[in-house]
Design a protein around this ligand. Structure first.
Ligand code: HEC
Ligand code: HEC
Ligand code: HEC
Length: 421
């Protein structure tokens, strides 16, 4: 029971560390917040896109930035808050300095610690100037009166003071520091990817206390999110390092096209990446996308463990299911066709991921495609297979795809499928 072990660890560490933890943290800034300045508002809006604030702070039927979206964590359900300028329920009464402290240190004006579901572990690196522009922009959007939903977090994680201990253990506050040995473009990309776009919040593995593992940064992470049926399931965000089964599967221009439009010559986005692309990266300038790609393509490779090769009987069964149910669109070669289905042979990071959870989600529930405003890419949607195929069959076809052609991702078990049902 990892959560229980984590709990014990946190309490022990808490007793040791609490006495040394002083104030919650503040960095006095001399930056000018210039409320109402049109240029600042516009800059702040662009930065809010880069940080994807709206995806987390706006519910499907709710008002813009008024909060209320639920996040399921191993420690309980945490709701995003209202960040409109309403004085009672939003951040209308916050000073610029107080807003800066929330982004840089994860603290509220009253000194309470925030949970890192709010990715201040990444936002801490945003510059004072950019935080000021974000503040000025948020001050300019319509105020909405809507109190935050009460969190449902288990003891002791419901004690916000303990987050001070968590921070002492896992969090270092501070602006992004440029790496002088790299180009200006590389540094701009690093700043966007790591500080604002917080790709690592999903794409890095976390320890039992929910902190990102710096040694395996961007090598693939797991968390709970919505599948097409609306249910909440475990997802895996694949390895974005330049490992053979990671981002080295895609040339730079394919990465750029994916982030800019949600499509490249291999595939189209589906699932949790839809919001990242539609609400965030597609609004960025070409120069900023190029910079992100330069940095992403330069991430040092983190090789994935070689998977166990499935038995021949499983491969045979998988091939039959594939040819019957999948091959018309993805083609028997796995190379896909530009209007029928995406490439599964050495084209999808999701297919090649160490943990097949996301691939199983697509097969069971079907891929949820974005509302991109572009003409549809595919002639027919892919169905859900949850009622047509049982766990063994899904495991066989997933194993077949992951170990055919140029793919070498290892077998999938019926247990792994049943966990995603
Ligand atoms: C991955 C989801 C996510 C993203 C992205 C995100 N937030 Fe949040 N944010 C949250 C959650 C959840 C909370 C509540 C945390 C808590 O209760 O401790 C929160 C809290 C906050 C708070 C503290 C509000 C309060 O009432 O204490 C501020 C300020 C804030 N977010 C601003 C932003 C801004 C600005 C951006 C974009 C640059 C942003 N957030 C992006 C999820 C997110
Ligand atoms: C909210 C969590 C989250 C964030 C933030 C996030 N990703 Fe993802 N990403 C996922 C998940 C889950 C998948 C696998 C399922 C899917 O494609 O939606 C994925 C898949 C991908 C893929 C592979 C797509 C495929 O079909 O093979 C790429 C490339 C990618 N993400 C890049 C990025 C980049 C770059 C960023 C930062 C700009 C980012 N992601 C931010 C969750 C996230
Ligand atoms: C009617 C055509 C069609 C059929 C049949 C079909 N698919 Fe798909 N498949 C698609 C489309 C369209 C997408 C969504 C676009 C995308 O993901 O790039 C998709 C997405 C996928 C993905 C995600 C790839 C990625 O990373 O983007 C996987 C994995 C997949 N299909 C596997 C299967 C399997 C396994 C079967 C058979 C059990 C199957 N598909 C049957 C059309 C089809």
């Amino acid at each position: 029971m990892p959560v229980l072990a984590g709990l014990t660890l946190l309490i022990v560490a808490g007793l040791l560390v609490l006495q040394f933890v002083g104030s919650a943290g503040s960095s006095a800034t001399s930056v000018d917040f210039a409320i109402g300045d049109e240029g600042q508002i516009e800059r702040g809006q662009y930065l809010a896109s880069a940080g994807n604030c709206s995806s987390c702070h706006t519910t499907a039927s709710g008002e813009f930035m008024a909060g209320g979206l639920a996040f399921e964590t191993p420690f309980g359900t945490i709701y995003s808050t209202n960040i409109t300028p309403d004085p009672d329920t939003g951040i209308g009464n916050w000073t610029g300095q107080e807003f800066l402290d929330s982004m840089r240190h994860g603290v509220r004006p009253n000194g309470e610690h925030l949970y890192p579901v709010f990715p201040y572990t990444a936002f801490t690196q945003v510059t004072d100037e950019d935080i000021a522009a974000l503040y000025v922009y948020l001050k300019s959007i319509p105020a909405v009166q809507q109190a935050a939903t009460e969190n449902d977090v288990s003891f002791p994680f419901n004690m916000r003071s303990l987050m001070g201990v968590w921070k002492a253990m896992f969090f270092e506050a501070g602006e992004y520091v440029a790496d002088d040995s790299q180009s200006h473009e590389w540094n701009r990309g690093a700043y966007l990817v790591d500080a604002l776009a917080h790709c690592s919040a999903c794409h890095s593995p976390r320890n039992i206390l929910g902190a990102e593992d710096p040694d395996r940064a961007m090598a693939g992470g797991a968390y709970v999110d919505r599948v097409r049926s609306g249910a909440m399931r475990s997802w895996v965000a694949p390895n974005l390092t330049s490992a053979p089964r990671g981002l080295s599967l895609w040339p730079a221009e394919e990465v750029a096209a994916y982030l800019k439009t949600g499509r490249n010559t291999f595939l189209e986005t589906f699932g949790p990446m839809n919001e990242v692309i539609m609400n965030s990266t597609r609004h960025l300038s070409d120069a900023d996308i190029e910079a992100m790609v330069v940095y992403l393509k330069d991430l040092p490779p983190h090789e994935l463990a070689a998977g166990a090769r499935p038995e021949d009987t499983v491969m045979g069964r998988g091939r039959t299911i594939y040819n019957l149910h999948c091959g018309t669109c993805h083609l028997p070669t796995g190379l896909g066709a530009s209007d029928m289905g995406p490439r599964l042979n050495a084209g999808s990071l999701v297919v090649q991921a160490e943990d097949p959870a996301s691939m199983i989600n697509v097969i069971l529930y079907g891929p949820e495609l974005p509302d991109s405003g572009l003409p549809p890419k595919w002639r027919n949607p892919m169905d859900e297979f949850q009622y047509l195929l049982d766990d063994d069959e899904v495991a066989a076809v997933a194993s077949y795809i992951r170990n055919s052609w140029d793919n070498e991702a290892g077998r999938v078990t019926a247990d792994q499928v049943s966990r995603q049902r």
